[in-house]
Design a protein around this ligand. Sequence first.
Ligand SMILES: *Cc1c(COP(=O)(O)O)cnc(C)c1O
Ligand code: SF4
Length: 346
Amino acid sequence: MNSPNAPLNASLNSVDDLIAAGLVAPDQAGDLARVEENFRIRITSEMAGVQSPAVAAQFVPDARELVTRPEELTDPIGDSAHSPTYGLTHRYPDRVILAATHACEVYCRFCFRREVVGEAAALPEPALTAALDYIAKTPAIWEVILTGGDPMSLSPRRIASIMARLSAIPHVQIIRLHTRVPVVAPQRIDDAMIAALRARPTVYVGVHTNHVDELTPAACAALARIADAGFPMVSQTVLLRGVNDDAATLEALFRALLTLRVQPYYLHHCDLAQGTSHFRTTIAAGQAIMAQLRGRMSGMGVPTYVLDIPGGFGKVPIGPDYLERSAQGYMVTDWQGARHIYRDPD
Ligand SMILES: *Cc1c(COP(=O)(O)O)cnc(C)c1O
Ligand code: SF4
């Protein structure tokens, strides 16, 4: 097991690294250098070692990222519209997200924060103090969600310090970390990282994963370590064209997650980040996949399909709809598509 200061496995951080690793053809160097000027590149050795087009598509840059469509935005989910202090977003009364760092272990090509990830590392101390002061003086805040970037790219020592400072705020009952680290950099989930997660409030770990091919033996072991330590886990998956946009692929992922003690939580419709149109499906396609999943697998494994409304209006479930008002009351569609009448009591 790693000590906190052991060097982590090397990652690939540039087009040159990708060419040297054989992940990109040399004749793509020109186009991809232009992509690299706009959007950071990083692939961990764990992910670079997986032979899977569905994994490569998420991390290897593509010339199509140079295409920006008019509806695409630099802040697609409007985080900056609800930011009381730098690094903090307070959109819903009972919970805030705290971007503890802008760094990640991988840079996903479809990232909704792709304009800001990697810009600077950890949140500077004065900004962190201001964010914690705001949380402390806002009793309605019941939950603090650590995001980024990826909060688990911080050192265990830094995470432990943030957890201790949040633990001192009595009204914070839940801390949730949203991270890709257990999957993409599983060697980081060592004893020090597990110890850093222990805090007075209840701690949940939200794992971002999009395809069963990401769940390497080391990733499964890292998730088991978190579950064995007693932290409940949920997952977030982004619906991505060509990666996971069919029911069988998502079913395989969600079944694997349930067996790993991770409850599928959200399936995100791909946000309108710049240069990501090649990843986006239609909402109708996403709804059709969700309807198939409902019939095919345990309800525990079926996440809620959500859209983060562009402009900072929050996340909403986007169906499919099973219930329609009708003259007699309601028309309800079952999992096989047959329709039935339901009446409320008078
Ligand atoms: C997604 C998000 C949350 C968390 O939402 P849940 O639906 O509770 O998972 C909180 N704040 C902001 C700003 C968000 O974007
Ligand atoms: S790990 Fe998350 S924040 Fe980081 S690049 Fe991927 S999607 Fe974006």
